[in-house]
Design a protein around this ligand. Sequence first.
Ligand code: ZN
Length: 287
Amino acid sequence: MTGRIVKNISNDYTVLSNDKLYVCKVRGKIRNLKIKPLVGDIVTFDDKNNYILSIEDRINELRRPPISNVDQAFIITSVKEPDFSSNLLDKLIDIIEFNNIEPIICFTKLDLLDNLDSIYEYINYYKKIGYKVFLNTELNEISKVFKDKVTVFTGQSGAGKSTLLNNLDKKLNIKTSEISKALGRGKHTTRHTELLPINGGLVADTPGFSSLDFRDMTKEEIRDNMIEFNEYKDLCEYRDCMHLKEDNCEVKKQVGSNILNSRYENYIKFITGDKYENSSFNFRNKR
Ligand code: ZN
């Protein structure tokens, strides 16, 4: 039979298959492959003896939380308290894209803003370049995107993640808040990742992407995951253009019109960040 691992506690792997749960062990054959099964893995298993027989290739694999085959990541983005950070949002989008996960942007706390013009400029821009964008008040629309998907949540603390989860599914929030409470007390709790059913899909019960950085990415990968730049790169004079100081760079030409200023400015910061401080590039507009 085929199913998905939704929970792992030491050597017990809970596999979900046709709405039923099977607690399985791993047999020597798989252990020999030196692949540790992960929550999220699609596996074939022997439902008589409850053994995992094989693991399908993963479309992606996250370290923290340890989970595989994630389809989408909700980026909970506050517009006030904490203030909106286009830099953090663009960073998260870039890294999530790099991991072959679909970013979904959810803006929260719009009621705390007096003037919505500038935030709607962002909302419209991210929609224009192809992302799903929601306001946290659009619960009906949000609840529809979980079906048949594995979802993780990310975003600044205080951005309203638990409120949103609570509004979507009370059971889910109770679980996550218990966990964060336990962690907050500094108790040595055994953490395990679990996928919980919600609206026809599965949601990871951990904060997700707890420490996101560009460590594993090259400058080229950071560039290539600014997805809208790719629409113009073929018109750049240099095939490997980094869209910086090169002559006849089409991406730079589009900044301020088809490319949002902040997207380009954030990109520059990403590839000149700490990791790249010894870079041979120099930027006039570095702050
Ligand atoms: Zn260019």
